[in-house]
Design a protein around this ligand. Structure first.
Ligand code: HEC
Ligand code: HEC
Ligand code: HEC
Ligand code: HEC
Length: 188
């Protein structure tokens, strides 16, 4: 009886040891929103499969809406986009990642923000407190090509009711004896 238990224990131990050591890719456990592509631009290979990649830094004649303002002195498009497979991004070590894991690319350089994002301090996630969650991708909020937020223009202070008299750009209407000013574009 003891022998059997011993053998069983050894078998269990051996199985545990031999089980492939699946690296717990912490970065793979999140569900994210879909990459916010411009309609029609993906798959990139629709055009790029038939084109030879051009690794030279240059003024492009296509994608001209993209202005690189993101450590652009040090890098170029193909530091993030893969030259051979345009439907993928690549990490600094050469590993290919799909666009729905672009946060891994960002996380390489923005480690602190990435850590905060994963724990829900930075960015946005929706779902259950103790269950499945959907994370917004970094690129839902930051343009990967020009990520700095444009400063917001402060709005003028609202006018006090007693000062509201025939303000430029408004039309007054009388409702129940009271003058009400409405913006001209809303006036009939
Ligand atoms: C910092 C890394 C990085 C660099 C550098 C970079 N890109 Fe991107 N690019 C991305 C990521 C990430 C996305 C995916 C955005 C998304 O998920 O919608 C993207 C999206 C795109 C798209 C799709 C845009 C759309 O409208 O949906 C095009 C086209 C593109 N990049 C071209 C370029 C070109 C051309 C350059 C160089 C001038 C460049 N990228 C430089 C990371 C980068
Ligand atoms: C409608 C066709 C078309 C689609 C779709 C397209 N591209 Fe391009 N792309 C071009 C053309 C044309 C050029 C070359 C422009 C030049 O040489 O001035 C180019 C150039 C680039 C370059 C500069 C490097 C190189 O090889 O010339 C990058 C990076 C790039 N595209 C990324 C993307 C990404 C990422 C996507 C998908 C999200 C995408 N493109 C989708 C047509 C396309
Ligand atoms: C290779 C390193 C690298 C990668 C990869 C990278 N960044 Fe950056 N990022 C930088 C550097 C360096 C700066 C500061 C210089 C600048 O803004 O040009 C910066 C600036 C920023 C800023 C502006 C910070 C501020 O002070 O306002 C944001 C936001 C940002 N990155 C988001 C992203 C996102 C999102 C991604 C992934 C699509 C990404 N970064 C990928 C290096 C990187
Ligand atoms: C839901 C929108 C949202 C998402 C998702 C998001 N960010 Fe941000 N991020 C912001 C806002 C808002 C700011 C603050 C901008 C400011 O203060 O000027 C910011 C600021 C930053 C900055 C500037 C430095 C700082 O901490 O103030 C960096 C770098 C940055 N984000 C990177 C990232 C990366 C990397 C990811 C993904 C792992 C990400 N962000 C996801 C909204 C977002």
């Amino acid at each position: 009886m003891k022998g059997k238990i011993c053998v069983a224990a050894i078998v269990v131990l051996l199985t545990l040891c031999l089980l492939p050591d699946v690296p717990m890719a912490e970065t793979d456990i999140v569900t994210t929103t879909k990459p916010p592509f411009t309609p029609g631009i993906f798959p990139c290979s629709a055009c790029h499969a038939a084109m030879a990649p051009n690794k030279e830094r240059r003024e492009l004649t296509f994608h001209t809406e993209i202005q690189l303002k993101h450590a652009q002195e040090q890098r170029w498009c193909l530091d993030c986009h893969d030259a051979a497979n345009r439907d993928m991004l690549h990490l600094a070590n050469g590993d290919l990642i799909p666009f729905d894991k672009s946060y891994q690319l960002c996380g390489q350089c923005h480690g602190n923000t990435y850590r905060d994002w994963k724990t829900g301090i930075h960015g946005k996630r929706v779902g259950y407190w103790n269950g499945g969650k959907t994370y917004s991708l970094c690129v839902d909020c930051h343009n990967p090509h020009s990520p700095k937020f444009k400063p917001l223009k402060p709005m003028p202070v609202p006018a006090k009711p007693k000062d509201i008299q025939n303000i430029k750009g408004t039309t007054s209407v009388e409702i129940e004896g009271k003058k009400i000013y409405i913006p001209n574009e809303n006036a009939k």
